[in-house]
Design a protein around this ligand. Structure first.
Ligand SMILES: [Zn+2]
Ligand SMILES: [Zn+2]
Length: 133
């Protein structure tokens, strides 16, 4: 079975996901922009039982306006977020695409969410992407 390895920048925290991701999305919300330092986030999700973690992580839990909580696991040394869980998909583990050692695993995301916060200069051109505001 295909394995996808994610790691932090210093390399001590790793997550290995088995099989293909079940959901790949980009999110334009301000919290994702703050977390990544970028204009949007991109993440792939796997069933929790398909993900194995090695190394030491610190965690931080964010409560969204909806009341849902998401717990982010990041390296205490270098600060990279390697995986997170909770929120709308408690049965799935999310891995930022950029944390994967080979991030080029999909042709396109399936979903683009929080588009009300999307930067005007950004255009997602794949017609199969499902958009939500
Ligand atoms: Zn690290
Ligand atoms: Zn977001």
């Amino acid at each position: 079975m295909t394995e996808h390895t994610a790691s932090c920048r210093c390399g001590q925290l790793r997550a290995v996901a088995k099989g293909d991701p079940t959901r790949v999305s980009v999110c334009h919300c301000l919290a994702c922009q703050k977390r990544t330092g970028s204009a949007f986030s991109t993440q792939a999700r796997w069933p929790a039982e398909c993900v194995e973690v090695e190394g030491v992580s610190s965690r931080w839990t964010r409560t969204a306006d909806s009341g849902q909580t998401t717990t982010y696991h990041f390296c205490p040394e270098c600060g990279s977020t390697v995986y997170y869980g909770g929120g709308n998909y408690p049965e799935l583990i999310a891995i930022p695409l950029g944390a994967l050692d080979d991030p080029y695993i999909v042709d396109s995301p399936d979903y683009s969410v929080w588009e009300r916060r999307k930067h005007d200069w950004l255009e997602l051109t794949d017609p199969d992407i499902e958009h939500s505001d």
